[in-house]
Design a protein around this ligand. Sequence first.
Ligand SMILES: [Zn+2]
Length: 236
Amino acid sequence: MSSISDEAIVLSRIDYSETSQVLVCFTRNHGKVRVIGKGLKKSTKTRFAAGIDLLDIGHLTISARHARTEQLSTIIEWKQTKSLGGLRDSLQRLYAAQYIADITSRLTEDWDPHETLFLALVNALKATSTADQVLLSVVEYQRQLLQEIGSYPRFDCCMLCQRRDHLSHFSSFEGGMICQHCQTQQVEKKRLLPATLSALQHRASADNYAGAFKTLNYHISHQMGKESALAGKLLV
Ligand SMILES: [Zn+2]
């Protein structure tokens, strides 16, 4: 039976029956794949198998039979290669990592390779697993994800008249800033504080990261059709 092997990160996990799991994994060379593991959770006499966990990083081998189709591919083998135990040391880190996994899963297509994004995802999860201020690594990853899928907004000029000053609002629909003269004609918009705009333009200091996170999350939510359930938990 032909198979496909790749590095993978588990983005979501559903326990399918007592012994099976359905996983969404992001792989290095094949993009996002949906897979089913049968018998993964079955314990043996010598080994207690807890199955594969959310955010695990490992080496995945799947059957090539359903590759590049909408059907689930069967897991042949899984070897965990990295443990980011730090993610589970604090609730904020875990929420941040789950948010990162959620937006990745929802903004990428099955079997669409994005190696740069895979590497960014590994780095973001590593940084989050040791972070005191998790929003920093989340904002950095929001930027990378939007750049990789070609939806990174413009923060340097008005999308309607191209002027570079008096930028007061952000519009997800227009894909960037709107100036105070044009904003009256724009229905979908969000007012940005100057400090937030500055953080988005210059990658400014940590104290502006909440505003940057909210703005990029607003844009990502529009791309996804709804907001990630984890977003609110990162702003407490
Ligand atoms: Zn304008």
